[in-house]
Write a protein that binds this ligand. Structure first.
Ligand code: 8X3
Length: 247
C-alpha cells in the first residue's frame, strides 16, 4: 500500500517542489492549493500527484479536502506567506490578520481535519513549514514574525499533546529561500524590491533544497522525530548577517 502525503500551498515554491519530491520518493501526493490550473499542470507532469483545490482559510474547503482522502500518512502544512514589511507603527492590521489566518489558522484547520487520518496511519508525520522569522524577530517583520512565532509555538504544543500517539511533529524553519513568489507577495508585486532581497547573495536556498530537507525528515525511521530543522544558505549566518558579493 502506497503512503499518501498531503502538501498544502503546492501550486508554487516550496510546496510544489515538495509535492514533486515526495512523488519521487514513492508517495501518492495530494497537491492542494487555490490555483487549480497550476496544480493540474503539475499533476499532468508528475505521476503520482493528485490535484485538490484548497483554500486553507475556509473551513468548508478544508473539510472537502479531508473527505476526499482515503488515508493520510504525511501532512506538509506549507501554505503561508508574508504580506508587507512595514514597521509595527504603521503596519496594516488587515495584513496582520491575513497572515495569521493563512499561516496559523490555516495550518490549524488542516491539522485538525487530518489528524485522525494521520493517527490512523500508525506512523503519521506532520510537517509545519515555519520560518526563521518564527525564531528571530527583525525590523519590518512585525506581522509575519508574530504569525510565524505563533505557528512555531503551536507546533511545539502539538508535539507535547501528541506524545504517545503514533504521529511525529516536525518543524522546518527555513531562512533565505529564493522562490518565485515569496518576496513578490511580501512587496505586493513590486518585482524590483523582490529581486533586491537576493541580490549578490551567493546561493540562496532553492525550493528544492527545502524539499530535500522535508523528504529527509519524513523518511526517517518511525521512532526518529526531527523536532526542528533550521535551514539557511551558507551566505546567511544569521537574520541580519548576509554575505553579498558586489560587482
Ligand atoms: C522567510 C524568511 O528571513 O524573510 O520565511 O523572514 S525571512
Amino acid at each position: 500500500m502506497k503512503k499518501t502525503a498531503v502538501v498544502t500551498g503546492a501550486s508554487s515554491g516550496i510546496g510544489e517542489a515538495t509535492a514533486r519530491r515526495l512523488a519521487l520518493e514513492g508517495f501518492d501526493v495530494v497537491a492542494a492549493a487555490r490555483r487549480r490550473d497550476r496544480l493540474d499542470a503539475l499533476a499532468a507532469e508528475v505521476p503520482g500527484v493528485r490535484p485538490v483545490t484548497l483554500d486553507v482559510t475556509s473551513a468548508e474547503s478544508v473539510a472537502e479536502l479531508a473527505a476526499s482522502l482515503d488515508r493520510c500518512d504525511v501532512l506538509v502544512n506549507n501554505a503561508g506567506g508574508a504580506i508587507g514589511l512595514e514597521p509595527v507603527a504603521t503596519g496594516d492590521a488587515a495584513d496582520w490578520q491575513r497572515m495569521y489566518d493563512i499561516n496559523v489558522l490555516g495550518s490549524l484547520r488542516v491539522t485538525q481535519a487530518l489528524l485522525p487520518k494521520l493517527t490512523a496511519s500508525g506512523d503519521g508525520v506532520l510537517v509545519m513549514l515555519t520560518s526563521v522569522a518564527g525564531l528571530v524577530s527583525y525590523e519590518g517583520g512585525g506581522g509575519y514574525n508574530a504569525a510565524k512565532h505563533a505557528q512555531s509555538s503551536m507546533t511545539e504544543v502539538l508535539r507535547l499533546e501528541l506524545c504517545g500517539e503514533p504521529v511525529r511533529v516536525v518543524e522546518i524553519a527555513p531562512g533565505m529561500v529564493h522562490t518565485e513568489e515569496f518576496s513578490l507577495t511580501r512587496f505586493r508585486g513590486d518585482a524590483e524590491r523582490a529581486t533586491k532581497v537576493y541580490e549578490g547573495v551567493p546561493g540562496p536556498l532553492s525550493a528544492d533544497d527545502v524539499a530535500d530537507a522535508i523528504a529527509w525528515c519524513v523518511t526517517r525511521p518511525w521512532n526518529v522525530n526531527i523536532d526542528r530543522l533550521v535551514i539557511r544558505p551558507r551566505a546567511q549566518a544569521a537574520q541580519h548577517k548576509i554575505h553579498r558579493v558586489t560587482s
